[in-house]
Ligand binder design. Structure first.
Ligand code: KIV
Length: 267
């Protein structure tokens, strides 16, 4: 019987120096495909605000959205470790909010852990979650929920002060109890310093090759949106082309009365 990976399995990959593979997914169909590809972690990211809901930012995403998509993913995935994002304003106003909403992602969504964006000021909340038995994942560097404060999506941690702060944040989050840290759009050398300074795995997205693992948004890595082309992205397929071609062919065949063929596709 398939067993779902736990935080201990993720830590074992790290101690064995096996790169950790993480990808986002938001529904049953993609979760099922991730299962077949045997990747380690599925993140139900608040990036669903962009790729599922069509917003420009992750700011509008609600806890109920994450719960809905986590439940769908759980039905398609049986072995990946499951992390769900705490969306904007589900934890920023108070530690009580954070604890309650993190609990909802586990109880109602079925996630094994929650991810939250931010530095050392989150340490008390992470301690409370850890005490309550809720595994937490940190997220530093470009934290998209703060896009308006950053003034856009840009590389973070450049310059000595910013790098020092990011390192201090990473250490504070580890001390507070996170078991995994996502580093988004930070220089490779800084990601390497953080990775070497911590005794928990780091997962990079636009953070170079020296982190303990990598994460990408599934629609991006499958090439489903040719308009989104950040430098860090590698497309492993061109599904946009494949899907548009298939849909156009379907449209043509229906219009020309070639589909359905009454010998093959009818009763
Ligand atoms: O929401 C998300 O998908 C993320 C990843 C890009 C790390 O936070």
């Amino acid at each position: 019987m398939t067993r779902r990976k736990t935080i201990r399995d993720i830590h074992r990959l790290y101690t064995d120096q096996t790169p950790i593979t993480m990808v986002t997914a938001y529904d049953f169909t993609f979760a099922r495909l991730v299962e077949k590809a045997d990747l380690d972690i599925i993140l139900i990211g608040d990036s669903l605000g962009n790729v599922i809901q069509g917003h420009d930012t992750t700011v509008p995403v609600e806890v109920d959205d994450i719960i809905y998509h986590t439940r769908a993913v759980m039905r398609g995935s049986h072995s990946a470790h499951i992390v769900a994002d705490l969306p904007f304003m589900s934890y920023q106003a108070s530690n009580d909010d954070g604890l309650r909403n993190a609990g909802r992602l586990l109880k109602e969504g079925g996630a094994q852990a929650v991810k939250l964006e931010g530095g050392e000021t989150l340490a008390p909340m992470i301690e409370r979650m850890t005490d309550a038995g809720i595994p937490t994942v940190g997220h530093l560097g470009l934290t998209p929920q703060s896009v308006h404060a950053f003034g856009g999506f840009r590389v973070q941690g450049r310059g000595d002060d910013a790098a020092r702060q990011l390192l201090a944040d990473a250490r504070a989050l580890e001390d507070a109890g996170i078991y995994l840290l996502v580093l988004e759009m930070v220089p490779t050398e800084l990601a390497q310093r953080v990775t070497e300074a911590l005794s928990i795995p780091t997962i990079g997205i636009g953070a170079g090759s020296k982190t303990s693992g990598q994460v990408l948004v599934i629609q991006d890595l499958l090439g489903m949106n040719s308009d989104f082309e950040p430098r860090f992205l590698k497309r492993y397929a061109n599904l946009e082309r494949t899907i548009v071609d298939a849909l156009s062919t379907y449209g043509d065949e229906v219009r020309q009365h070639h589909f359905p063929n009454d010998d093959e596709h009818a009763y």
